[in-house]
Structure formats: structure tokens, C-alpha cells
Design a protein. Structure first.
Length: 767
């Protein structure tokens, strides 16, 4: 192109002039552009091309026409490698011009105040993302087009931070004000899903050790794709954390009602890495999973619209959501199966809060009527395996404030110019030495104790949610489904589920599970109120009590094989357990009651070996045989404690109870057997106390009505009924009777028949 002293007149000449300008300026930084402007006359700069010709560029006209020029190129040109490269050059130049606005008042006026230019930029981003969302994967796994496409997606998304604002709230407001915001949402999530598919194809080839055709190594290509995908997903997550944007997204039928976001989540959660995968790739994929889980969490926690109700509105999306839930459960199974004490992970690459986010999402699944029974069927084996761990491993993993391994989150610092420069250089046919590109990560970590307590509290909530039965929400076949499933799983060999841990094969599983649950219950009490509320711990206590009643009433817990004096093996208690009709046994347990037994001296010694009292656990909680005057649990049972509504507000789940997940106990639930560790004033005695669970259920009725219009008169009636059902737990005469009985039968709690006899006697005396 010769000297250009006049503006080109024909359209063809204008296009050629624009293309020459883009190619010439795309590698120049905003600092260098600002220097050229200061040295130029007016707002026109002179450039000397590589062919020695002079190129005059009106920068103001360039800024106003470049967005529509790039969109027209995308429409008219063949969508091949050359086109992708040119558009990337244009996007890189646009980013430099946007960055120039912070250094030059004229450009600040163009990009921040000129509504026409800003509108053109938004339209260009929307259009490009729509085209990129429809991109078909063609070519082999390590195709240059995959690299160029993934870069274009990320660069277009991050252009929003250049010409709108660096604040996500401002970006969300501008996008929501646009009439085509739903098109943007569809295109943004759709284009990122295409990038994930490109990554998946390349990752499979990388795992199969397929050689590269260029100087780029397979590891370098996979890692670059991971970074582009993570950057795009991070931006979408930031937008989803804005309340108004999230609510608009929840109303998007394609993404929420028809499962568009679930398809993206499924693709990411299915990304598989091999044991020999490099640390930086493994960490990047782990962060991808953490970020998509964070997006799902954000949608599930919305107050105005229930995301889980939306995805459950059709059979197809419900099946898809259950498939995603299954991926979450599988992710947790793998995470729980790794012994943190035996790992030698590379700490230089943050992995993201993948396990914690997965547990938070599983907590939501367990508290929703659409997914509760599905989680029981799919995840109870894992939960049972955990409570079947050797006591030492269980204490160190679930009752400790000092885990040997915690997770660290991180945000990627995306650089458009660096990304475009890398991909243009490394996809060039004459490249000799491939270069590395690794964006900086800004770490964000939790305190070790806080992480451990969050993790344990979510584990406790699994048991609380899955054991809870809400008559008006749950189906009848879900009643006691979880406790029956745990009993069933205790008869299985579950050691393969947690390969990183050892299991005590000598002791009966029933004894181990009881011991571990007792320790978990004691530790859970120490997490109130910062990490758990009384309601969660009470539901865990009820679950444990029902398991105990099944064990004790049928003589479980003795040695697996007992030998007679003649050396012959008798039928063990475990054999009897395996032949048990669970339904019949459970019905018997309803009347027998059951309460977690206090720690034995041996169990207390084991706990002391792991570091004495668990941090935050009161001395009386660690050893229930000691005198204590904790009235919280007693008030909860009697209905004197905090109302259900206040508890729900503390949990942050107000508004979702109608879809399932209200925390309540069935009105017809069996009586709970309570020991002195639950605030009985008897000193050093295991006092049997019967409480009508209808009272607890009645005090919990509020939860089922949260977010629903309620008649004030109904509330008055409900309060009156609660007061009417209150009763004194034990009078002085009954306390004397049971104390005298315990002197004669100190092991009464281990004799189911005797327990039931005294329970009936005390109940008749109360009446």
C-alpha cells in the first residue's frame, strides 16, 4: 500500500485500509499508542508499514468503526484459521484502545461517554459470542482452531471489563438494560460449552499420549485450553453472583428450564485426568470444577426463584440434573477416599474449593424433595463407609480442627494481549520455539480451623437432612428410608469406596459406626452456633438414637464370631444382623426408643490420644458421664428453644421449604430416649427419659410454612397447642425410682427388654 494522504473513498479500499491498520496496530500496547498520539498532529498517527509505505490512521474514526468492521468480517468470511487470527488481532486492538481511555481524555470520551460506540461494542460482543457458540468442532484434537476459538471466547467476554467497567455490578446493570440480554446469556454459556468440548477432546488425546504435529507439546496445548476455559467461566461466575443478573438468568428457559447450564456443568465435571497428569493441568481442571459448582450453588441459593424446581419441571431436565448430582456424588467419593495424611500434593498450584463446593451442593440436594431420595440411594454407601472407618482415621478427618490437607481457591488474572500474542505466535507455521504462557493466580484461602469446621458441619447436615421426614412434602416410602439404607450398607464390604484408608476388620462394624457417630455428635455440639444450629445436631442425635435402638434391641455389637469351649463356631451377632428383617426391626425400634450411649473409658482414651478434647468441645460433651447443665437440647425437645422460623433464617434456607427440605420430625415419630448428657440433673447416672416427639414436631411446623402466606389465627392456635403439649420430663419420685433401679442394674442401657419395661412403667406413672 503506497503513501496514504487521503481517506480511501470506495468500500473495498476502506476495508483494505482497515485490515492494514489492524495488522499494523494490533501488537502495539496502549502505552505506545498514547506516545504516538502525543507526537502526532491532531488525532491522526502516521505508521510505517513493513513494506516501507506510510499509513495514516484517524484514531477517532478507527475507534468508532472497528467494532462493526470485525462483526462484518465474521459474517462474510470463511470461518477458518485465518479469519480467527484476524478477528483476534482486531479484538486485541480494541482492548488496547479501551485501555487507552484511562490515559487519554479523548478516548475516555469515546468509550465511556459515546453511547453509539458503547452500543456497537456490546452488539459486537453479543454477535461474536453467538457465532462462537455455534462453532462446530472440526479437525483433530490439537487443531489450531481450538486454541483460536477458546481465546476469542475469553477475549470477547473480558472486553466487557474494558469498555463498560471493572466492577461486576456495573457490567451486570448494563447487560440487563440491553433488550438482547437473554441472547447474550445463551451465547456466553453456549460458547464456553464449546470450549469445554474442545478441551475434553484434547484431554482425551493427551491421556492417550497422541503425538503432536507441531512444536507445541500436548501438555502445553491442554494447559492453554484450561486457562482460557477457566478465565471465561470465572467471568460468568462473577456475573452470576450479582443478584439481578442471577434472577434474570433463572428466568431463561433455555439455560435453566431446559438444562443448558446443567449440560455445561456435566461436561466440566466429566473431565478426567490420569494419575500421571502434570500438577498444573490437574489443578486447573480442579479449579474449573470448583467454579462451575460455585455457579450452580449461586443459582440454587437464589431467593426469588427455585432453580431446582425449574430443572425439575420437565422429565428431561430432571434426568439431566440427577446425572449432574451423580457426578457431584462421585467427585465427593473420590475426595473422601483420599487419605490427606498420605498425600504429597504440589502446593504451588491452588486446586480451588472443589470438595467444599461439592459438599455444599450435596447439602442442598439432600434438603430438596426432588433429590433427597435419589441421594439416599446413590450416596448412603459412601456415608456409611465413612462412619465405618477406624476410629483414629475418623477423628482425624471429621472431628478435628487441624486437617493435614485443606483446599485453596484462586482467581485467574486474565490478560487479553498476552493471550492473543501467545496463540498468534505459537500457531504460526514458521514458529521454531514454542513458548509458555501461565497467567498469574490470586490465591484466596480459608483458615484451617474454619475449613475443617465447615466441612464437618456439612457432613452432619447430610445425616440431618436425609433422616428428616416431612409428611406434607416427602412421599410415604421415604419414611425411614435413610436409616434402613444405612443398616443395609453396614452389611456390605465398603472398603473399596475409601481406598486411602484402613478399616478395622476385627471389630464389628456396628460397634465402630456407633463409636464414630458418638464422637461426631459430641464434636457437632461444639460447632453450635457458628457452624451448626441446634436443629441439625438434634436430627443427628435422633438418627443415632434410632440406629442404637436397632443395634441394642437385637444384641448387635458383640464379637463377629464367638467360639464355644469345644472350638465350634456359634452363629455370630453379625450373622444374626445380616438375616435381620429390617422393616420389622425398625418397627420394634419405634417403641424401644434409643439414645446414644456415653463414651466408654476406652473411647475417651482413644479421643485423648488424638489430642485430648476436640477443639471447641466442652469437657462434658467429650465425656457425657460428667455432670452438665446444658439446657439447650432439653429446651429444643420440649419446644422451649428457638422457633423453627428463626432457625431457618439462621440457616439461610428461607423460601425453599415448599420445594422440599423443610427440617421437621414426623408427628408420629417414636419417643426419644435421653441420657444425662442431654441436661438431666441426675449426677453420674444414665437416666432414661421419654419425650413425646409430637411436641418437637409441633414446634417445628413453622418451617413448612416459611415463605407461604399464613393466617395469624393459625399461628395462635399452633402456639396454644405447643403450650398444651408441654410436660415435665421427670418428677422427683421418678428420678428416685430410676436411680434405685440403676444401682441394681448398672448396665440397664444395654438390656433392651429391661429398658422397655422401665420405659413403660415411667410412662404409665406420668399418665
Amino acid at each position: 500500500m503506497g503513501d496514504t494522504n487521503e481517506e480511501p473513498s470506495s468500500n473495498a479500499a476502506k476495508v483494505l485500509h482497515m485490515k492494514s491498520t489492524v495488522k499494523q496496530l494490533q501488537a502495539i500496547t496502549s502505552v505506545e499508542l498514547n506516545k504516538l498520539l502525543r507526537e502526532s498532529e491532531g488525532f491522526t498517527i502516521n505508521l510505517l508499514t513493513e513494506h516501507g509505505s506510510l499509513l495514516k490512521v484517524d484514531m477517532e474514526k478507527l475507534a468508532g468503526s472497528l467494532p462493526m468492521h470485525l462483526a462484518s468480517v465474521l459474517i462474510s468470511s470463511n470461518r477458518d484459521e485465518a479469519m480467527f487470527k484476524y478477528v483476534l488481532c482486531g479484538v486485541r486492538l480494541l482492548h488496547a484502545l479501551c485501555d487507552l481511555s484511562s490515559r487519554n481524555s479523548k478516548f475516555e470520551q469515546i468509550f465511556l461517554d459515546d453511547v453509539k460506540v458503547v452500543t456497537q461494542m456490546i452488539e459486537m460482543v453479543f454477535f461474536m459470542l453467538t457465532v462462537l457458540a455455534g462453532y462446530r468442532q472440526e479437525g483433530h484434537a490439537f487443531s489450531h482452531e481450538h486454541l483460536l476459538h477458546s481465546t476469542l471466547v475469553a477475549c470477547n467476554l473480558y472486553l466487557l471489563t474494558g469498555f463498560i467497567s471493572t466492577q461486576w455490578r456495573d457490567i451486570a446493570q448494563v447487560l440487563l438494560a440491553h433488550p438482547k440480554v437473554d441472547i447474550f446469556m445463551d451465547a456466553a454459556f453456549g460458547s464456553v460449552r464449546v470450549v469445554v468440548r474442545c478441551l475434553e477432546t484434547t484431554l482425551v488425546a493427551y491421556n492417550e499420549d497422541i503425538s503432536m504435529e507441531s512444536n507445541l507439546t500436548a501438555e502445553r496445548v491442554v494447559f492453554y485450553l484450561c486457562q482460557q476455559c477457566e478465565a471465561s467461566l470465572q467471568l460468568l461466575r462473577s456475573l452470576c453472583q450479582q443478584k439481578l443478573f442471577k434472577e434474570q438468568l433463572l428466568r431463561n428457559k433455555e439455560l435453566c428450564g431446559k438444562g443448558g447450564i446443567l449440560l455445561l456443568a456435566q461436561s466440566i465435571l466429566k473431565l478426567h485426568i490420569q494419575p500421571y497428569t502434570s500438577n498444573r493441568i490437574a489443578a486447573a481442571i480442579s479449579r474449573l470444577k470448583a467454579k462451575i459448582l460455585s455457579i450452580l450453588l449461586s443459582l440454587c441459593e437464589a431467593e426469588s426463584i427455585s432453580y431446582l424446581d425449574e430443572v425439575a419441571s420437565t422429565a428431561r431436565s430432571l434426568d439431566l440434573s440427577k446425572s449432574v448430582a451423580l457426578e457431584v456424588f462421585d467427585l465427593l467419593k473420590k475426595a473422601f477416599g483420599r487419605n490427606p495424611g498420605h498425600l504429597a500434593a504440589d502446593r504451588s498450584h491452588p486446586m480451588g474449593l472443589v470438595q467444599l463446593n461439592a459438599m455444599r451442593l450435596a447439602d442442598i440436594f439432600s434438603d430438596d424433595s426432588n433429590f433427597r431420595s435419589y441421594m439416599i440411594l446413590c450416596f448412603t454407601e459412601v456415608l456409611t463407609a465413612i462412619i465405618s472407618l477406624s476410629h483414629g482415621d475418623f477423628l482425624s478427618c471429621w472431628c478435628s480442627s487441624n486437617l493435614s490437607e485443606t483446599e485453596e481457591d484462586a482467581s485467574i488474572e486474565y490478560d487479553i494481549s498476552a493471550a492473543v500474542g501467545w496463540v498468534l505466535h505459537n500457531t504460526s507455521p514458521d514458529v521454531k520455539d514454542a513458548t509458555n504462557l501461565e497467567f498469574n493466580l490470586t490465591p484466596s484461602s480459608m483458615l484451617k480451623a474454619s475449613y475443617a469446621h465447615h466441612r464437618t458441619s456439612l457432613f452432619v447436615k447430610f445425616f440431618a437432612n436425609l433422616h428428616c421426614f416431612v409428611p406434607n412434602v416427602c412421599e410415604e416410602q421415604e419414611r425411614n428410608l435413610f436409616v434402613r439404607k444405612v443398616i443395609e450398607c453396614l452389611q456390605m464390604d465398603l472398603s473399596n469406596l475409601l481406598p486411602g484408608f484402613s478399616f478395622d476388620t476385627d471389630a464389628p462394624k456396628v460397634s465402630i459406626a456407633s463409636k464414630n457417630l458418638r464422637s461426631l455428635l459430641s464434636h457437632a455440639e461444639s460447632l453450635i452456633p457458628n457452624f451448626l444450629n441446634v436443629e441439625d445436631v438434634q436430627l443427628l442425635r435422633v438418627f443415632f438414637g434410632e440406629l442404637q435402638s436397632l443395634f441394642t434391641s437385637n444384641g448387635f455389637g458383640r464379637n463377629r464370631v464367638q467360639k464355644t469351649q469345644d472350638g465350634k463356631c456359634e452363629e455370630s451377632s453379625w450373622d444374626k444382623f445380616s438375616k435381620l428383617n429390617i422393616n420389622e426391626c425398625y418397627q420394634g425400634a419405634q417403641s424401644a426408643g434409643g439414645r446414644p450411649l456415653p463414651l466408654t473409658s476406652k473411647e475417651q482414651a482413644d479421643l485423648n490420644k488424638k489430642g485430648g478434647k476436640v477443639e471447641g468441645m466442652s469437657e462434658n460433651s467429650a465425656n457425657p458421664n460428667l455432670e452438665q447443665r446444658n439446657t439447650t437440647a432439653e429446651d429444643t425437645i420440649q419446644g422451649n428453644g428457638p422457633s423453627r422460623q428463626s432457625q431457618v433464617e439462621n440457616k439461610g434456607i428461607s423460601g425453599k421449604t415448599a420445594s422440599g427440605g423443610a427440617r421437621d420430625i414426623d408427628k408420629d415419630a417414636h419417643k426419644i430416649e435421653t441420657s444425662c448428657s442431654d441436661a438431666s440433673s441426675a449426677k453420674g447416672k444414665n437416666v432414661v427419659v421419654h419425650v413425646d416427639n409430637g411436641e418437637l414436631s409441633k414446634s417445628n411446623e413453622r418451617l413448612k410454612r416459611v415463605g407461604v402466606e399464613e393466617n395469624p389465627e393459625d399461628e395462635k392456635i399452633e402456639l396454644a397447642q405447643r403450650k398444651k403439649r408441654k410436660r415435665t420430663i421427670m418428677n422427683a419420685e421418678q428420678v428416685t425410682m430410676i436411680e434405685n433401679a440403676l444401682l441394681d442394674e448398672p448396665d440397664m442401657q444395654r438390656n433392651a427388654a429391661l429398658l422397655q419395661s422401665w420405659a413403660d412403667k415411667l410412662s404409665s406413672d406420668v399418665c
